[in-house]
Design a protein around this ligand. Structure first.
Ligand code: ACO
Ligand code: ZN
Length: 223
């Protein structure tokens, strides 16, 4: 016990408190060996997972100053599917989804935002759906004290409405959030998902959103 305490104190003098890794975004205590070990593990897995080597045939749907949006379809070559799955696993572990599956993998479309540095910094998985339940804003549940709980439990209408595209996952790399990457992926999906039409907001539904997802969806659907 004594040696462990000593170690923490020594390290603490060099790097005090929490640090954010500039390449993987993880916040950890540099003074804690367990934290550092966890960081190294996360760091390597993330950087390997989001590495995008590029393919001869890429389906580029949009190009921006800071990257491009690439589409992967279920019938694509194995290496592309494998990459999409690897990214989905990273996203699922960040979202806390355990062994989550797609409702229909053979119809899912994966949209990846690839940065100029050749990293997959955004991922959106869209699936065809037939109906969705509209989220109801419940005035009784407004107020800061219930806000936290409210973020998980939305009230939905019991009456299903027709919809076309379900957003089953949406994720942006932590260090690049609030730069419009999710917005640009959504706009791209709306124009691409169904041939020959631009989907209206009513035709899109977010499945089981997280607090971040809810904040994003609320803004996106208002705009
Ligand atoms: N808090 C408040 N408002 C937000 C937030 C937030 N965390 N995120 C987005 N918004 C709103 C803002 O109004 C923002 O505009 P502004 O930055 O000019 O104020 C607007 O939405 C557009 O945001 P984008 O920059 O396009 O969104 P971003 O690229 O940051 O990605 C996302 C949003 C995908 C939710 C990201 O925060 C993320 O990956 N979070 C972790 C994973 C996650 O929870 N994903 C949602 C899961 S739900 C599902 O998959 C169906
Ligand atoms: Zn790191």
């Amino acid at each position: 016990k004594e040696t462990k305490d000593q170690m923490i104190i020594d390290a603490g003098q060099k790097h005090f408190g929490a640090v954010t890794c500039k390449s993987c975004g993880m916040i950890y205590t540099a003074a804690s060996p367990e934290d550092e070990a966890q960081h190294i593990q996360y760091h390597q897995r993330l950087l390997e997972g989001i590495k995008f080597v590029g393919w001869k045939k890429e389906r580029i749907l949009a190009a921006f100053w800071d990257g491009k949006i690439v589409l992967i379809l279920p019938d694509d070559p194995k290496y592309a599917i494998k990459k999409a799955e690897e990214v989905r696993e990273l996203v699922d572990s960040e979202l806390g989804f355990k062994q989550a599956t797609l409702s229909c993998p053979s119809k899912a479309k994966t949209y990846m935002f690839v940065s100029n540095e050749k990293k997959i910094v955004g991922c959106l998985i869209a699936e065809p759906i037939k109906q969705a339940h509209r989220v109801l804003v419940d005035p009784v549940h407004k107020g800061p004290q219930i806000e936290a709980e409210n973020q998980r439990a939305w009230r939905c209408s019991t009456k299903p409405e027709a919809a076309i595209c379900g957003i089953s996952r949406i994720w942006v790399f932590s260090l690049l959030r609030r730069k419009g990457i999710a917005t640009r992926m959504m706009d791209t999906v709306r124009g691409n998902f169904m041939y020959g039409s631009f989907l209206s907001l009513d035709e899109i539904a977010f499945s089981d959103p997280t607090p971040d997802g809810k904040l994003f969806a609320t803004t996106y659907c208002k705009a």
